[in-house]
Ligand binder design. Structure first.
Ligand SMILES: NC(=O)c1ccc[n+]([C@@H]2O[C@H](COP(=O)([O-])OP(=O)(O)OC[C@H]3O[C@@H](n4cnc5c(N)ncnc54)[C@H](OP(=O)(O)O)[C@@H]3O)[C@@H](O)[C@H]2O)c1
Length: 224
């Protein structure tokens, strides 16, 4: 059974998953890179950056073990318009996302936007599709494209919140980073008592972050 999963979503102690204002120069606003420093240190991240995917160093501990689950068994991603580009990208017909010619998704990738455009095929198996659809309809579309594999909700926080509110998320891996952002886009608003529907576990890492997993109590069975 295909599941809906979230991985490596990093939030501050006060629940923000991005700072402000978002711009081409500062995709995470005043948060800069602070939400993801734990991940940049991992072997998973080094491999993503290596042109041929070979081992380029990085830590191989608990942070790496969680980080690498991001890609395993995933057949499609859904992301929000503000993850795909800075404010105003919708007016730029040449905008292809932040990630260059070979984006790190390698699957059909569905961008939720109120300004859809024709699909764009990239190198390495990523094709961006642009959808103006409810979370449930977007998930049904992504699931058909995932060919039996799981669908990842890639962020940002607005889209993750929508999918959580609609009860569509089976597994969520959050990383709580010990910083206080004070402003930005919050994850938790409107999700009171979300934890009731999930088994929640926490693992502390020597890097100072806490990995939290939310596994839906009636989620489809784990596939091997
Ligand atoms: N902390 C992390 O781990 C993490 C992970 C991923 C991203 N991020 C960061 O999060 C930020 C983006 O998050 P965000 O919360 O601002 O925005 P977002 O979730 O990426 O996108 C929200 C936007 O997507 C469009 N949208 C959402 N639902 C839709 C629907 N059902 N139908 C049609 N369009 C829909 C709307 O844009 P339009 O109305 O403009 O079309 C909406 O304003 C960026 O800074 C990114 O770098 C952080």
């Amino acid at each position: 059974m295909s599941r809906t999963r979230i991985h490596n979503l990093s939030i501050s102690l006060d629940g923000f998953a991005t700072g402000e204002p978002q711009s081409a120069e500062a995709p995470f606003g005043h948060a800069g890179e602070r939400l993801h420093e734990w991940m940049f240190a991992t072997r998973f991240w080094s491999r993503q950056g290596a042109a041929d995917g070979t081992d380029a160093g990085g830590s191989a501990g608990v942070d790496d073990a969680f980080a690498q689950l991001h890609s395993i068994g995933i057949g499609a991603e859904i992301m929000g318009a503000h993850k795909f580009g800075p404010p105003g990208w919708q007016e730029n017909p040449d905008w292809r996302g932040w990630w260059g010619p070979n984006p790190p998704f390698h699957t059909p990738t569905f961008v939720l936007t109120h300004h859809p455009r024709p699909p764009r095929e990239m190198e390495g198996g990523t094709t961006f599709h642009f959808l103006d659809a409810s979370p449930a309809d977007a998930l049904a579309t992504a699931r058909s494209a995932a060919d039996g594999q799981d669908v990842r909700i890639g962020g940002g926080p607005t889209v993750v919140r929508e999918f959580l509110a609609a009860g569509l998320v089976d597994h969520m891996h959050l990383v709580q980073v010990p910083i206080v952002l004070g402003r930005g886009v919050r994850l938790w608003d409107g999700l009171e008592a979300l934890e009731d529907a999930y088994d929640v576990e926490a693992v502390s890492s020597p890097a100072g972050v806490t990995h939290l997993t939310f596994t839906r109590k009636n989620a489809p069975e784990h596939r091997p």
